[in-house]
Write a protein that binds this ligand. Structure first.
Ligand code: YH5
Length: 283
């Protein structure tokens, strides 16, 4: 079985013989990378991408729409202006695979033209036209579960059985992708830690991650600095590193193959330790 995936001219090796891959987060919203004004600084974003690659990130996830709880929508034009120049710059000077964190088909299309090798969609290609663009783009896609929309998703998350509901949603989205001609081996799944879920739901997702691995697609998990850690530890986002690493390591043990993280160096150390223990011989 080959577990090497073609990502727009670059290769991603997800075989169990290698440690899980780390996806470094690059938010290109003006509050994160402005040069004092309303614009995202291409230079600053590129420096951050280079640093994450040096630290061992296999993938850089570039996102121009804030999907944090409470965030409001941005226009297609605005999102294109934020992400495309940054993707072009990274593509010219970094060997890492670039992922575009977007739900907008126009942004997906332009991002892949600019060098992106993966589409990461928190709405799992549910926007009109997204399935067709993803198929045409011929890059792997990550399908994530979210209950509701970012603006309001944390107000009243409700499930009868979070595991079976998230799993059947992902099953339906996999089927929709495959029916549209997206190859089954170019699909990743993500249960969407923090997206329309309470602390207890998020902990269940981690504990029962094997149920999502059973879908037969590589599982991606993003837990880095999220508010469940804040609730459990009573710490602000910048003080959630140890908690993020503990949770990421557990995700690896339960079968995650890609970890999305802010703190790349520490996360790469964690996946290496996980991998060494997993492969220890009894000699
Ligand atoms: C994800 O899990 N998450 S954006 C709230 C925080 C910290 C971080 C401080 N895109 C995921 O990173 N894509 C995002 O509180 C994602 N999986 C995938 N596939 C949210 C985020 C964050 C939110």
């Amino acid at each position: 079985m080959s577990s090497t995936l073609a990502c727009n001219g670059k290769l991603l090796d997800l075989s169990p013989a290698t440690p899980p891959k780390v996806m470094g987060i690059l938010n290109v919203t003006p509050d994160s990378f402005s040069d004092g004004g309303l614009f995202v600084s291409r230079e600053k974003a590129l420096q951050q991408a280079r640093r994450m690659v040096r630290e061992g990130a296999a993938i850089i996830d570039v996102g121009g729409e804030s999907t944090r709880p409470g965030a409001t929508a941005v226009s297609v034009q605005e999102e294109l202006e934020r992400v495309i120049p940054v993707i072009e710059a990274i593509h010219q000077s970094c060997e890492a695979i670039i992922s575009v964190d977007t739900s907008k088909p126009e942004v997906m299309r332009e991002a892949v033209r600019a060098g992106a090798g993966m589409i990461n969609d928190v709405r799992a290609l549910r926007e009109p036209g997204a399935l067709d663009v993803a198929k045409e783009a011929a890059v792997p896609v990550c399908l994530m579960h979210m209950q509701g929309e970012p603006r309001s998703m944390q107000k009243t998350p409700r499930y009868t059985d979070v595991i079976s509901e998230v799993k059947s949603f992902l099953q339906q989205r996999i089927a929709a992708c495959e029916a549209r001609g997206i190859p089954g081996d170019a699909i990743f799944v993500d249960p969407g830690f923090g997206f329309g879920k309470r602390v207890e739901h998020n902990l269940q997702l981690v504990k029962r991650l094997a149920d999502f691995v059973a879908l037969g697609k590589p599982v991606l998990m993003g837990v880095s600095r999220k508010s469940t850690l804040g609730a459990l530890l009573d710490r602000p986002p910048r003080e959630r590193l140890a908690g993020s690493i503990a949770l990421a390591t557990l995700c690896c043990e339960f079968g995650a193959r890609i970890i999305r993280a802010h703190d790349v160096a520490a996360t790469v150390d964690a996946v290496k330790i996980f991998h060494a223990v997993r492969n220890a011989d009894n000699e």
